[in-house]
Design a protein around this ligand. Sequence first.
Ligand code: F6R
Length: 612
Amino acid sequence: MCGIVGYTGSQSAITPLIEGLRRLEYRGYDSAGIALGTPGRLYIEKRAGKLANLEAALGDSVPTAHSGIGHTRWATHGGPTDRNAHPHVDNEGKLAVIHNGIIENYTQLRADLLSRGHRFESDTDTESVAHLLSDLRKSHNGDLAAAMREAVKSLRGSFTLLAIHADNPDVIVGVRRNSPLVVGLGDGENFLASDVAAFIDYTKRAVELGQDEVVTITSEGIEITNLDGAKLAPKEYEITWDSSAAQKGGFHHFMLKEIFEQPKAVADTLLGRLNERNQIVLDELHLTKEEVQDLKKIVVLACGTAYHAGMVAKYAIEKWAKITVEVELASEFRYRDSVIDNQTLVIAISQSGETMDTLMALRHAKEAGARVLAVCNTNSSTIPRESDAVLYTHAGPEIAVASTKAFLTQVIAVYLIGLYLAQVRGVMSDVEVKNLFNEMVELPGKIEQILETVEPLRELTRGFASSTSVLFLGRNVGFPVALEGALKLKELAYMHAEGFAGGELKHGPIALIEEGTPVIAILPIGHEHGLDEKMLSNIQEVKARGARIIVIAQEGAEVAGAEHIIRIPVAPALLQPILATVPLQVFAYEMAVTRGNDVDQPRNLAKSVTVE
Ligand code: F6R
């Protein structure tokens, strides 16, 4: 979950490197560093903390070089210090390496290298690769790519590595295993990066790299080989994201911009999904009618916010398609003997498509014979590539670390899957499906309505800024919404926040209520089981113990006992998460701003979690 960028070409490398790192800072911001391909000896600068610290250290005296590598770090092995910042160099200071991931056998490597006389300057796993490559390059007559191929054979773990050597500074060599790396093809220049956002201003032509593939870039071209040195044909594709989508566009923070992009993101994800015969169009699923009929169960695998989208999937798919849905934290599923087979459809939900826990769980499910469908926002990332089928959400690039628009589009995607399965299995009529789909089409306008009237909520939020703890209550699909509201508040405002199912309150959590504790309750929509009344009782129970209550309720719903009511537009009960989540995102955002926190890059987090 570090950000990696490499450049070689006609312009001064410092500009694309720093711009690329700025775009990749969401992946980690514990330290940043660069190595420039100045002949004879590399120019290296690295600093703990954000990219701004590196920029300040660079000042105006950076030597001109036409190639280089850059890194922004999320620390794993070794604290976030100058010493541990990447690049790491060999003892001659001629070979530099940057790395995303974890080298699992680095202790052994380090011991071997120490016994061969290498000196280590850092506590990282990465530095051992710099020393190893240095030795191997010598035994391969200065061929850095050949050295990389051999080095990788002795590495265990997950990694993207880039290396540069001062004797041949215009050549950059990269490799990936279980960690992302894309090539950008420019005109007289080429790029390497963890994510296309790093070079999107320079080129829209990209090449994806497979597992254990080694790439060499020069200003002239690229060469890809497998670990045996056999040449491979590049798989080129065009990047459809435009660069303005990755800028703040007038908003103070990417997160706020992304919250306001949600109407469009939802509309884009729904586009073209109902045909003139009122059938849900999901050709990407590649399931025959018989395979859909034969499905015994669905298992949803995901982490964090994506897991909450999975929880919504359970309520919707079970209700509509009448198939059992289990929702599992990917990190738990991987290490459990779960009962799955070829009649199980596994849905792996991931914004980034690179989350290691989800990837490992997906592989585990495939080994057990399940068919895997990815719901993903990032084209050509690892999770969709390793799945049998992929349904892309169309949220556009999500830069803020806290997920907002990706979540809403993940929920839309699972609704589409639910309706599709219900229709193919004959559980819902075409008219019922059409009616629900048309309700979904109304959602973007309703989200807009919420966003247009959000100022009073922002003001209200500021009044709770000194609270130490906030509790969220929900029932039915409101329960995952409560969990999501609490997660957003934790990660952004650094406040204690918990989400509970309303019915669980009396089984323990009510003990947390003290005089003045804020409780945010999501009032279920006039439900067949009278859940709205049950939630109103929960509200009375916490109010009687001193809680200050904020209720999220649909327009027209009667609410007794609330100090504040946030109204959301009317929608069918199962679609409520799309609307009820939005005020909670704004609440967490405003709380973080009021408390002076870094909204887009909260402490200790990273956008793309590529370690287990
Ligand atoms: C929270 C958040 C995380 C991610 C989780 C999974 O705001 O963003 O909890 O949802 O790390 O990430 P993806 O969806 O990329 O697999």
